[in-house]
Design a protein around this ligand. Sequence first.
Ligand SMILES: NC(=O)c1ccc[n+]([C@@H]2O[C@H](COP(=O)([O-])OP(=O)(O)OC[C@H]3O[C@@H](n4cnc5c(N)ncnc54)[C@H](OP(=O)(O)O)[C@@H]3O)[C@@H](O)[C@H]2O)c1
Length: 312
Amino acid sequence: MVLPTVTFSNGHKMPMFGLGTYLSQPGEVEEAVKYAIDTGYRHIDTASFYGNEKEVGIAIREKIKEGVITRDDVFVTTKLWSNAHKESQVVPTCKKSLDNLGLEFIDLYLIHWPFAFKEGEELLPRDASGKLQLSDTDYIDTWKGMEECKRLGLARSIGISNFNSEQITRILTAATIKPVNNQIEMSLNVNQEPLIEFCKKHDITVTGYSPLGRPGNRYGVKNSWDHATIQSLSKKYSKTPAQIACRYVFQMGAAPIPKSITKERIKENFNIFDFALTDEEIKSIQSISTGERVAEMKEAKESIHYPFNIPY
Ligand SMILES: NC(=O)c1ccc[n+]([C@@H]2O[C@H](COP(=O)([O-])OP(=O)(O)OC[C@H]3O[C@@H](n4cnc5c(N)ncnc54)[C@H](OP(=O)(O)O)[C@@H]3O)[C@@H](O)[C@H]2O)c1
């Protein structure tokens, strides 16, 4: 099977399906990434915040050493966390990620969130009362550092994550090098059609995170897999609700990146390229979207750069 790809405005290609690794622990993520690559995955998503770049890198390098893939066969994304948004922090932080991964370049380096936290080592800096400490660093400054990462060849492509349409407009106005991708939450619950359309209009591709609605998430958000609409599609196509969800995200024009450390699920989630939902079925899924997100980052709501205060 040839994995579908999308071509960025800068000419680089991204496979339209990948493996997520948030909450994949050191000790389990290496095996998951290796198994995914053996299964045919060619796109791996990690982030400095996940604390697992080292193990992700070990798995990728092992598969290159074994001759299963070359470096150019695999697309690796990692992200800049909100405690390193000052322009001067970006290149050193990117170099740290490269060092962790043991790679010479990152395929896609993203600003993880538009808002910034107090700069320093702490990922989630808190004051004595436990309140998250925000910083007023503007992502426009952060973007200058991202552009430098691209110029230095540390990242082949640069992009954003969790940015809304107004924030994208601001960044496009200020940028010398345009973002090529926006990574956003997309699932049966979260219908991102307006933002995807907006991104397309501006030559920005989209990656869909938490495509399964992160089953068992600590916020108690249910993922709609039991809904009659999903159950009937599952029956019609002999596909699991997880596969229906990934296929939906893919057909909406985003690259799904489901996370799993379970071999059978890694294989199951990938097996979505032998069927297609009809336009009516896509509409019927959209009509049951609840709008409930699993990645809201409510603690950062007070930031002027919080992205979810407008519809999209
Ligand atoms: N840019 C951002 O701000 C952002 C935010 C969130 C996520 N992400 C990225 O997107 C990736 C995916 O999102 P996510 O991890 O939040 O959620 P998700 O992929 O929607 O769900 C992951 C959960 O689903 C389980 N699972 C996987 N396949 C399954 C299947 N076929 N049937 C039943 N359960 C299944 C996994 O369990 P097991 O692992 O135990 O199998 C895990 O608990 C992340 O890992 C991360 O790389 C990015």
